[in-house]
Design a protein around this ligand. Structure first.
Ligand SMILES: NC(=O)c1ccc[n+]([C@@H]2O[C@H](COP(=O)([O-])OP(=O)(O)OC[C@H]3O[C@@H](n4cnc5c(N)ncnc54)[C@H](O)[C@@H]3O)[C@@H](O)[C@H]2O)c1
Length: 450
């Protein structure tokens, strides 16, 4: 394995021209993302929740006082240079879809930008209700064969690029969670994958066709849902070979974000745990899709996975060897996009005395997800201009089930993920890594300078 320090920092091409952001799915997350960018561009809102827009990055020693905004430090595409497109099986344009999603206040945040939103009409989707059982819409590809859908997505990308004069594109999966699909021989390599497309094999899902089309056309791909999608040997290899960055899976927004902050706390203090029960009520279309057991199975996998790697029950059997971790999502229409997530944690301390922690998170799902979609679009584009290809583990900060190289365990702790992200940006720009060692501040000659 190469020593990271030996890896030359990349040459980063400038972010000149227009960046097309094509969203698969034009539902609650995508419309909240697109409308939010438009409002921010017009100075009508702040990009709250976006690390790339509001976050700073410390450079050098604490005494140097260098903490620029991330967007001033790395050459990101500007918000004015973004152009949006989307696919969806429903015909609603971005304005109608945003009104129906009910996330943003129509009078305050949709009417002033209605003209802009109405221009974003969804391209016909590569959609098959077999993979999203609760939905069916009319705006779908005419040729329903997998080969036909793939070719049509590629044509859409070419047309979009041409129509909007885009210099670069990124694709973000903001569509529904597909039913659970096991990785199989069809996903082992590109030959098998291609043959499976021609055979209309059920193991090839629509999301895989979008991701494959993106990779074939050099378009970075982020997966905001837990579907297998681009996390297969065939597509991982293609992404590396073709020089295209990829990342996923499943935006880490509400309950899991909190879980990956709290779990490291228990572990850091060597407090034991008997159980962690998480339940949610959610009333948007995503909640309806997840009401189907097969889509929920996909989601459950990404929500359940985080505790094991943080708590390491194999290393600490006396603390976490008998942990009951349960996750539930219940579709409850009155709440719309405003999810309520409860967590009950049964933990124990010194001499095994039991204690409890209860968390009740009343959040707005798409309000939390939209800035992640923005950051991912901008950072994937940066990665591509930096010649970084394949899995972008440094973007695991944004995901519940981060994609990592085969054989590596995923890092779930939110603050380790944040450190990884910022250190990657420092490395890209030729700045020193921040290790938090800090002994130098206590060396005699350093103290003497005071
Ligand atoms: N906080 C969050 O909101 C959050 C967090 C993590 C993950 N996610 C995931 O993000 C995705 C989007 O969430 P949402 O709330 O916007 O859901 P949504 O139901 O409002 O929007 C999803 C859209 O995708 C469309 N769609 C489904 N299959 C498609 C296909 N094959 N091609 C094109 N479009 C397709 C649907 O018609 C729908 O309009 C979901 O998979 C959800 O699980 C959301």
């Amino acid at each position: 394995m190469i020593d990271a320090a030996e890896l030359a920092r990349p040459d980063i091409a400038p972010a000149d021209g227009r960046l097309g952001v094509v969203c698969v799915g034009l539902g609650a997350v995508a419309t909240t993302f697109i409308a939010g960018v438009e409002l921010i561009r017009r100075g009508m809102a702040e990009p709250v929740g976006s690390l790339t827009q509001m976050g700073t990055i410390r450079l050098g020693k604490r005494t140097e006082g260098r903490s620029p905004l991330i967007r001033d430090f790395v050459p990101l595409a500007g918000l004015d240079d973004l152009v949006f497109g989307a696919w969806d099986p429903f015909e609603d344009d971005a304005y109608v879809s945003a009104v129906k999603a009910g996330v943003l206040d129509a009078a305050r945040h949709l009417e002033p930008i209605a003209d802009q939103l109405r221009q974003i009409e969804p391209m016909p989707a590569a959609f098959d209700p077999a993979y999203v059982k609760k939905l069916d819409g009319p705006n779908v590809k005419a040729d329903r064969s997998k080969r036909g859908m793939l070719e049509s997505i590629r044509q859409d990308l070419a047309d979009f690029r041409e129509r909007h004069g885009c210099d670069r594109l990124v694709m973000v999966w903001c569509a529904s969670t597909e039913v659970y699909v096991e990785p199989g021989p069809q996903h082992a390599d590109i030959g098998a994958f291609e043959a499976a497309i021609d055979a209309d094999d059920p193991a090839i899902t629509p999301s895989m066709l979008y991701a494959y089309a993106a990779l074939l056309d050099g378009v970075p791909f982020a997966n905001g849902a837990p579907n297998l999608t681009v996390d297969t040997p065939a597509l991982r290899r293609l992404a590396s070979d073709a020089g295209v960055p990829i990342c996923g899976k499943d935006f880490k927004t509400g309950q899991t974000m909190v879980k990956t902050v709290l779990a490291p706390m228990f572990k850091a203090r060597m407090l034991g745990m008997e159980g962690w029960y998480s339940t949610n009520i959610l009333g948007n279309r995503d909640g309806e899709v997840l009401d189907d057991p097969e889509s929920f199975k996909t989601k459950e996998g990404s929500k359940l996975g985080v505790l094991d790697t943080i708590l390491q029950p194999d290393v600490y059997p006396e603390l976490y060897g008998d942990l009951h971790h349960v996750v539930r999502i219940n579709y409850y229409p009155p709440r719309g996009d405003n999810k309520e997530g409860w967590d009950n944690i049964d933990f124990f301390g010194w001499l095994g005395y039991p204690m409890q922690l209860k968390v009740d998170l009343l959040c707005r799902d798409s309000i939390l997800a939209a800035p992640l979609a923005l950051d991912l679009a901008l950072l994937l584009d940066l990665a591509q201009r930096s010649g970084m290809s394949g899995i972008q583990e440094w973007l695991s900060f944004y995901f519940k089930a981060p994609q990592v190289a085969p054989g590596l365990y995923a890092e779930h702790d939110l603050f380790i993920q944040q450190t990884k992200l910022k250190n990657t940006l420092r490395w890209m720009m030729g700045e020193d890594q921040i290790t938090h060692l800090g002994v130098e501040y206590y060396a005699d000659d350093y103290l003497a300078e005071d």
